[in-house]
Every structure is written in structure tokens, then in C-alpha cells.
Write a protein that binds this ligand. Structure first.
Ligand code: UD1
Ligand code: CA
Length: 454
């Protein structure tokens, strides 16, 4: 039997009070629906159907990818109606798993046991101390599921039930099609409720399966901004736990942001206030200091990022030392043993093994060899107001402090550039080059004094 996953993502999301469609709101740095799609793909289904509102086509255009069938729901007539829109694309003998675009944290491992259930209909439930807002699971005296009642349609006894519908269900397509075709709108919201199929199944004496989720955390949905913030917290905690299980030391999991995709090796340390976003890979023993921001970085084993450094699109090959207060922009590549100190900005530049720029420099569009020392205040003047140009610095070079390298320019092997130079032409290997006006001292000069005219 083939697995067809239907993701409901057409809801209006009016309670978000945002022009961004609800399922595109990011949680942990990724659109909620993108997370659900990742989970769906991990289950290797035969097909993924996403029910969306054609009035917000950006949902489709932002997340379109091979293997997704987009199903337009022209009117929001309820969850049952939404599932029904996708059913023509689902073969009779398939199995259907329904996920929600606004329940983004559910994990494949939680869903996998559902897919093993033999019943024609199975619901993933959770037990909540505060079940408000959720559909309640109705059971008979023998404990069999006989229906689901929405909060708005529930009486006070039913409202006191704490076992609720996560929204996620698994069903045989043939049976589901039959039930969906008989749904009505006789409820407080005048909608076609997907949950009504449970009473129909029970009436047919069809056995209904239920699986209790180990924790409600990953099944939280987001209907408004406050729930979105709770999801963010839950997402961060889940990521932190996953990393800590791999041997990462997170000094305080509640005082970091762990967004996007993070791959981290054992002995990594992440100090408080760090923000990781995009796609980061942290090699063994990488140390992320307090307040650092890392986006799309690939850091080699032993790299240490000191406090308050901001790195984007950076690659290090080994035990580099960066910061405090360094700003490394996309295209920065550091070979092993490099040191980049405070107030150094680097972009589109490679530093060879063991090279150092310890303080106050701008290095842009440069190719810097191994064992190079960049003095404080060095600037690669890479921009002439119209175009960017390259600076090439060969191995073993020493650039004196406060030097401007006016690109395009190249500095020969083992050359030394005298402090305070403005270098506009290529310099030879092994020589001292400097451009500086001669220093003079004026004999007999006196400092002006107050009240005395010259
Ligand atoms: C639904 C369930 C409730 C469950 C809860 C779990 C029903 C009737 N109720 O309630 O039992 O406890 O989820 O979170 O199923 N959607 C569409 N088209 C529509 C309506 C909704 O695509 O016409 C999508 C929404 O985008 C959302 C999902 O379906 O992703 C759920 O809809 P929502 O209105 O949020 O349902 P709840 O009231 O939360
Ligand atoms: Ca909801």
C-alpha cells in the first residue's frame, strides 16, 4: 500500500493579524510549512498533497519543490472539506496521513508508529492539562474511541476531557473517501469537520485506533502570535536537546537561539546569547563565545569564536581564533591556525595557514598566503567607486600598521611593508617597501602660547 500525505495549509490564519500567510511564519528560522514538508519527506511517502488557499499563492511559490502536489481549496469550508479536495489524487487502496501546516514540530519518529496501525482510522492524541481550544476524544465504557467533539460543540462534561485530538490522523483512503462524502455542516461553525469521520466510523462498528503522543510539545499548533512564541521556545528546546545528546555543551539552553539546521560534533561549546541561523556546521571542539551570531558557517575542529563576533558564510579549516568583536562576511575562508582579532572585517578573502590579522582591519576581495601578518589598521582599498579589485598577498608577508593596499595590487613573498604606507603598485619579494613622507623635526620651533601674538 502506498502512503499519501495530505498537509492542510489553507487556513486563513486571521488570528495571526499578519499579512504573511500563517504557514509561512518562521519557527526556528524556517517556515512552519517547510518544517512539516521536511517531516513528511522523512516518511518517504508515495505522494505529498498540500491543500492551500489560491488567494495566497506565495505559500505555493515559496515552498514549491519536486514531489509536491498543490491542491487549491477555493473556500475555507473546514478541515473535512480541505482533505476532500486532495482525495481525487489519492488511489482507493492508498493510506492517508493528514498533517497540519501549522503544527510544525511533529517528528517523524512520533508519526512512524501510526503508519503501522491496522485499523481503518487512527488518531494521534495527547493529554493536556489545559485542553482549551482542542477537539476532545470521546470514548465508550470499554475505552474505544467513538467520536471527537470540537470545543465549541462540546457540553461541559465533554469539555472536562483532557485527551485531545492532535489533528493528525491516519486512514485507509477508500474508507476515508466514503466518510468524507457524507460529512455535513450541522455544527456551531457550519463547517465540514474532519473530526466527524470518527463518529461515522464508530457507527459502522469500524475499529478506531489511537496513539498517545509521548509529549504534547511537538504537537502544539500556532493560531496566534503568542502560540507562535511558545512554538519558538519549544523548537529551541528540541534542537538543544538533540545537540546535547550528541555531546554538545550548551551553557544555558534557554539563553541561546538555535535556528535553521545545525550539525555539531562532540565537545562543541555554545555560550549564552549565541544566535545560530541558516545552515551551520560546527566541527569537534568548536567554541562559540557569548553573544556571537553565526549564519551559514562551516567551522573546522578547534575553531574558537570569542565574544560578540558576527560571522556569515565563513569557512575555517581548523583551529582558528576569531574575535572578540570580529565581523566576518560571506566568502571568508581561514586555513588552520589563523587569528582574526577585534574590529577586523573580512569578506571574500582567504587567509592561508597561520596568518594573522589581530586588530582593526578591513580585508576584502583578497588572497592572502600562509604565515602573513596584517598589522593593525590595514585596509584593502578594494573599491574604486565603480568596481571591486583584488589584493594578492603572498606567503610570509608582513604588512606594517596603518597600510592602505590600493587594489588591484600584489605583494611579493616575504615582503615587508613599512607602517603607514599607501601601496599602489605591486611590490617585490623579500624587500622592504614603504611610501611615507620623510619625517622632519624643526629646530628652534616653539609651541604657541596664550595671549602672545607672533
Ligand atoms: C482542529 C481540529 C481539532 C484539533 C485541532 C488540533 C477539526 C474540525 N478540528 O481544530 O479537533 O484538536 O485542529 O490543532 O478538524 N484548514 C484548511 N482549510 C480549511 C480549514 C482549515 O486547510 O478550510 C487547515 C488550517 O490551515 C490548519 C488546519 O487545517 O492547518 C486546522 O485548522 P484550524 O482551523 O486551525 O482547526 P482547529 O480549530 O485548530
Ligand atoms: Ca489550529
Amino acid at each position: 500500500m502506498s502512503l499519501h500525505i495530505i498537509i492542510l495549509a489553507a487556513g486563513d490564519g486571521t488570528r495571526m493579524k499578519s499579512s504573511l500567510p500563517k504557514v509561512l511564519h518562521p519557527v526556528g528560522g524556517k517556515a512552519m510549512l517547510a518544517r512539516v514538508l521536511e517531516t513528511a519527506r522523512a516518511l518517504e511517502p508515495a505522494a505529498i498533497h498540500v491543500v492551500y488557499n489560491p488567494g495566497t499563492p506565495e505559500v505555493r511559490t515559496t515552498l514549491d519543490a519536486p514531489g509536491i502536489t498543490w491542491v487549491a481549496q477555493h473556500e475555507r469550508l473546514g478541515t473535512g472539506h480541505a482533505v476532500q479536495q486532495a482525495m481525487p489524487g489519492v488511489p482507493e487502496d492508498a493510506e492517508v496521513l493528514v498533517l497540519y501546516g501549522d503544527i510544525p514540530l511533529v517528528q517523524p519518529a512520533t508519526l512512524a508508529p501510526m503508519l503501522e496501525r491496522p485499523e481503518a482510522l487512527t488518531v494521534l492524541t495527547m493529554d493536556l492539562a489545559e485542553p482549551a481550544g482542542y477537539g476532545r476524544i470521546l470514548r465508550d465504557v470499554k475505552g474505544r474511541v467513538v467520536g471527537i467533539v470540537e470545543e465549541r460543540d462540546a457540553d461541559s462534561d465533554q469539555r472536562s476531557i483532557t485527551e485531545v485530538n492532535s489533528g493528525i490522523i491516519f486512514a485507509r483512503a477508500g474508507s476515508l473517501k466514503g466518510w468524507l462524502s457524507r460529512l455535513g455542516t450541522g455544527n456551531s461553525q457550519g463547517e465540514y469537520y474532519l473530526t466527524d469521520v470518527f463518529a461515522m466510523a464508530a457507527d459502522e462498528a469500524c475499529e478506531i485506533g489511537s496513539i498517545g503522543a509521548p509529549s504534547g510539545r511537538e504537537l502544539q499548533g500556532a493560531n496566534d502570535q503568542s502560540q507562535l512564541a511558545q512554538l519558538e521556545t519549544a523548537c529551541r528546546a528540541m534542537t538543544a536537546e538533540r545537540l546535547m545528546q550528541k555531546g554538545v555543551r550548551i551553557m544555558d539552553p534557554e539563553r541561546v537561539e538555535l535556528r535553521g539546521d545545525i550539525e555539531a560534533s562532540p565537545e562543541v561549546v555554545i555560550d549564552v546569547g549565541a544566535i545560530l541561523e541558516g545552515r551551520n556546521r560546527l566541527g569537534e571542539g568548536v567554541h562559540v563565545g557569548p553573544g556571537c551570531v553565526l549564519k551559514d558557517c562551516d567551522l573546522g575542529a578547534g575553531t574558537r569564536i570569542h565574544a560578540y563576533s558576527v560571522l556569515e558564510g565563513v569557512r575555517t579549516q581548523g583551529d582558528c581564533d576569531i574575535g572578540p568583536f570580529a565581523r566576518l562576511r560571506p566568502g571568508t575562508e581561514l586555513d588552520a591556525g589563523c587569528k582574526v582579532g577585534n574590529f577586523v572585517e573580512i569578506k571574500q578573502t582567504r587567509l592561508g595557514e597561520g596568518s594573522k590579522a589581530s586588530h582593526l582591519s578591513y580585508l576584502g576581495d583578497a588572497k592572502i598566503g600562509a604565515g602573513v601578518n596584517i598589522g593593525a589598521g590595514t585596509i584593502t582599498c578594494n573599491y574604486d567607486g565603480a568596481n571591486k579589485h583584488q589584493t594578492v598577498i603572498a606567503d610570509g608577508v608582513f604588512i606594517g600598521s596603518d597600510t592602505q593596499l590600493v587594489a588591484p595590487v600584489s605583494i611579493g613573498r616575504n615582503a615587508v611593508i613599512g607602517a603607514g604606507s599607501t601601496i599602489t603598485r605591486d611590490t617585490p619579494e623579500d624587500q622592504l617597501t614603504l611610501s611615507r613622507s620623510k619625517q622632519v623635526s624643526v629646530p628652534g620651533w616653539r609651541r604657541p602660547q596664550k595671549g602672545k601674538k607672533k
